[in-house]
Each structure stands twice: as structure tokens, then as C-alpha cells.
Design a protein around this ligand. Structure first.
Ligand code: ATP
Length: 477
């Protein structure tokens, strides 16, 4: 069995790992680290919670200790919270080196960040949008000598989801040297393999944890079939049960929109549950503060959108509840991967309505495992149904009285300006498009009406034609 020393790490780094409770390499570390230390590009695909972060942090620190300078390494990651978590790992493992890192994410002061970048930190951990903004607007730093470019959650960075990073990536790639080592990691790399290969051009070493099931064995994956209207009552019932039976467990609840996330948090608080929210419409400082309160067990329930689905490593999370069935199996894999990490056990429960059954089939096909039904005492759920639904409605009314929707519009406009678009022009275009669509629909309707009329007439004629000969056919008698 390999040790960190046998993989090529120096004694100081091996000791540092030990101090952090990392004594033996996990398979992704054992397989990817030698290739990285040899100087090769690397693509590592391993299950959630399997130690992918250390698989790139350790070799980078080893190489940095041999030739320290800044900016030596750039790590890109899709979310701000994840950027802080990765920087923390670099800081903890690189402490004996006196490592200087710098975090460049949106929602934080740009001037301070610019100053930090100009001081040539060893490692920069960034979300693509904000780093690209710095590159566009400042010439006080460069990455000409960059040795490592790392894309964590690489598939997310390359896919064109609701946040599209591709343009920002282009800007970033234009300032990093072609001669560099590129490392790409994720639990779900395979469907963006071609795009990834165009970034890691030097015949990358590719390692994938081969296993039939794509989720971890320690995860107990369950579902509850529920009508849409009873969903919240099931949720409250589940949380009450976990709180009664395991008061030390932390629970993450995923939902599909910021508004839903806010309403669920308000509703659970009405029921006196220690719940806190995390979504992209919150101020960044509030996001960090809430995550910190959840990590330190001050609040045991975190309700989040998919902004928290990837990468977050919170060992106390024992349960993940999907308040909505994820539309993509990939998102399911990352969400449920917030529990059962690093060999621990965990439970995931997905609330499934009659409209989501096909999504569950797609998930099961992708993960190569069947979800099992979670037993619930329906009588208990029905007892609280009215109270839960009334409470939810009250919370919705309360939220409508705030400027939540307005803020959403403002945020949208801000995003457009950042993307170089004119919000008023976009609005005009949107309205024009809607008008064209409406007219097309009307036109289609009219055509269909005309066709129907014509069909009706022909049918009448046809009936007459068919009836006519029948009159002439003599009956059997
Ligand atoms: N060799 C090791 N031995 C024991 N624990 C480890 C080892 N390497 C990493 N860990 C711990 O395992 C946990 C999960 O690691 P990490 O966050 O890197 O997972 P990941 O593979 O990146 O997961 P995800 O796909 O969800 O991002 C962390 O708490 C980390 O400190």
C-alpha cells in the first residue's frame, strides 16, 4: 500500500498531512499525484468526498517548496464558498512554507483584491467572473510564470449552465502561459471530456475511479413519493423526526430557486427549527456568515440552492434532502455527495412528485443504483398538512411584502451590465421577441382554425358522398 512519502512528498508535507488526520493516500491521490509530480497534465475523476482537493494541493505545495515564487498556481472553481474552502486547504497544508494565498471572488471588494494580486501571492483561488474582471481592468499583475492551472469542478466550469463561465475562461486562458501544467478534477468529468482535453493539451494523464455505482457505498439513497401539495408537510415531518432521534445531525436541504429557498427557511423557522439559508440572492457576507454558522453547528439545518451542491465539505452533514428532484443526474450526484464523505455514513432523501418519476429513472440509470422508498407514517404527515400549508402561505405573503422580487430584477440587470449588455435594450428585445412569438401563435391558431373548417366541410361532403351510394345498395331482403 502506498504512503505519501512513497508517492514523492517531502517529510515536512507528510508531517503536515498527519497533523490534519491525513495519514494514507486515497485512491485518487495515490493515482494522480505521481503523474502531477512528474510534470504531466492530469484529469482526475473520483466520487464525491474522496479527497480530490488534496490530490492537487499536495503536489502543488511540493513543487512550490522546491522553487517558490508568485504567482505560481491558479485554481478556478465555480462558487465563492468553494474558493474559500480550497484556499483554506492550501493554507493549512502549506503553513510551514509560509504560503501566501489570495482569494478572488465576486461580491467582495475589488480594490482590496487588486492590491493583493499585485503582491504576487503564491496561490490564487478564484471564481472565473471576478478574475476575468481584474484581468480586463488592471495591469498590476500578470501570470506569465504560472506553473499550475487547476480547474476544480472542471465540468461545471466548462458547461453552459445558468452561469456561463466560458467567456471568462477565454479571458483567463489568454493570460496564462501555454507551457504550464493543467489539472482538472471533478466527480463528474465524463460528459465534458472533449472540451476538457482542449484545455489540458499535453496528453493529460487521465484517471477515473472505476466503479459500477457512481455514488459512494456509505450513502443510503431514499425517496418519498408525494403529491406536490403535501411535499412541505413531508419535509417538516422528516426534520422533526431527525431532530427527535438524532439531535447531533446536520441536515442540508436543496431546493430549485432562491425564492423557494427563502420561503422554506422562513417556514421552518416558524416551526422553530434551527434553519438558515444559502442562495445567490443573498449578500456575499451573509452567505459566508450563514455557511460558517452551519459549519460550526450553531444552525443544524441549511437550506440551499445548487450554489451549495458542489464541493462543500462539512463532515457533520448526515442527511441531504432534495426538496425538488434534480433535473439532471449530475446535479443529484453532487447534491447527495454533501453527505457520506471520506468514508462516513449518510442518508439522502429525494421528494418525488408524480411529475418527477422520469427524472428518478434517469438518475437511477446514471448512478447505476436504485433509490429505496423511505418509510413515513402518512397519518402523522396528514395531521400537520393544513398547518404547514397555511404557514407556507403566510411566509409567501410576508416575502411578497418585501422587495425580494424587485431585488431579483435589479440583480438580473446588474448581471447584464457586467456581461456588457444594455438592460433596457435587452428588455426591448425580449418584449419584441415575445410579441413575435404571440403573433406566430395567433397565426398558427388561425391556420389551424382554417384547416379544421376545411376538414369539417370535406367531412360533411364526404359523409354525403358516402351516404349517397348506400341508398342505392339494395338491402339483403
Ligand atoms: N488521504 C486522506 N485521508 C483521510 N481524509 C482525507 C484524505 N484526503 C482528504 N481527506 C478528507 O476528506 C474530505 C473530503 O475531501 P475533498 O473535499 O477533497 O473531497 P472531493 O473529492 O473534492 O469531493 P467533492 O467531489 O464533493 O468536491 C476532506 O475533509 C478532506 O480533508
Amino acid at each position: 500500500m502506498a504512503t505519501f512519502a512513497s508517492l514523492g512528498l517531502s517529510e515536512w508535507l507528510v508531517n503536515q498531512c498527519k497533523q490534519m488526520g491525513i495519514s494514507r493516500p486515497t485512491p485518487v491521490q495515490e493515482n494522480c499525484m505521481p503523474a502531477i509530480l512528474e510534470g504531466r497534465d492530469c484529469m482526475g475523476c473520483a466520487k464525491t468526498g474522496s479527497g480530490k482537493t488534496a490530490a492537487f494541493v499536495l503536489p502543488v505545495l511540493q513543487k512550490l517548496s522546491e522553487d517558490p515564487y508568485g504567482i505560481f498556481c491558479l485554481v478556478l472553481t465555480p462558487t465563492r464558498e468553494l474558493a474559500y474552502q480550497i484556499a483554506e486547504q492550501f493554507r493549512a497544508l502549506g503553513k510551514p512554507l509560509g504560503l501566501r494565498d489570495c482569494i478572488i471572488v465576486g461580491g467582495m471588494d475589488m480594490v482590496t483584491q487588486g492590491l493583493e494580486l499585485s503582491k504576487k501571492p503564491h496561490v490564487v483561488v478564484a471564481t472565473p467572473g471576478r478574475l476575468a474582471d481584474h484581468i480586463r481592468s488592471s495591469d498590476t499583475f500578470d501570470m506569465k510564470r504560472l506553473r499550475f492551472l487547476i480547474l476544480d469542478e472542471a465540468d461545471r466550469l466548462l458547461e453552459q449552465g445558468c452561469t456561463d463561465f466560458t467567456k471568462d475562461l477565454e479571458v483567463i486562458l489568454s493570460i496564462v502561459p501555454a507551457k504550464r501544467q493543467t489539472l482538472l478534477f471533478s466527480a463528474t468529468l465524463t460528459d465534458t471530456l472533449q472540451e476538457l482535453k482542449s484545455i489540458a493539451m499535453n496528453k493529460p494523464f487521465f484517471w477515473e475511479h472505476k466503479s459500477e455505482v457512481r455514488t459512494v457505498e456509505e450513502l443510503d439513497q431514499r425517496y418519498i413519493l408525494t403529491p406536490e401539495k403535501v411535499k412541505d408537510a413531508y419535509l417538516v415531518n422528516l426534520i422533526q423526526k431527525f431532530q427527535d432521534e438524532h439531535d447531533d445531525w446536520s441536515i442540508m436541504i436543496f431546493t430549485n430557486t432562491c425564492k423557494n429557498c427563502q420561503i422554506l427557511t422562513m417556514m421552518l423557522r416558524e416551526f422553530k427549527f434551527p434553519a438558515i439559508a444559502l442562495h445567490s440572492m443573498m449578500k456575499q457576507r451573509q452567505r459566508f456568515a450563514n455557511l460558517a454558522k452551519f459549519k460550526s453547528n450553531i444552525f443544524k439545518i441549511l437550506i440551499a440552492t445548487d450554489v451549495a451542491a458542489r464541493g462543500l465539505d462539512i463532515p457533520t452533514v448526515q442527511v441531504v434532502i432534495n426538496h425538488n428532484t434534480p433535473g439532471l443526474p449530475k446535479i443529484y450526484i453532487h447534491r447527495v455527495g454533501r453527505t457520506a464523505r471520506a468514508g462516513r455514513n449518510g442518508v439522502s432523501i429525494t421528494l418525488v412528485t408524480q411529475y418527477d418519476i422520469h427524472l428518478v429513472s434517469a438518475i437511477e440509470e446514471q448512478i447505476q443504483a436504485k433509490l429505496k422508498e423511505y418509510p413515513v407514517q402518512e397519518k402523522e404527515v396528514l395531521k400537520i398538512l393544513t398547518q404547514v400549508n397555511v404557514t407556507r402561505r403566510q411566509c409567501e405573503i410576508k416575502l411578497e411584502a418585501t422587495d425580494f422580487d424587485e431585488k431579483k430584477e435589479i440583480n438580473k440587470k446588474k448581471q447584464m451590465i457586467l456581461e456588457g449588455k444594455d438592460p433596457d435594450l435587452e428588455e426591448k428585445r425580449k418584449n419584441e421577441l415575445a410579441k413575435i412569438k404571440r403573433e406566430k401563435k395567433k397565426f398558427k391558431g388561425r391556420i389551424q382554425e382554417a384547416i379544421q373548417k376545411k376538414k369539417g366541410k370535406m367531412l360533411k361532403k364526404g359523409v354525403k358522398c358516402k351516404k349517397a351510394p348506400s341508398k342505392t345498395i339494395p338491402g339483403p331482403s
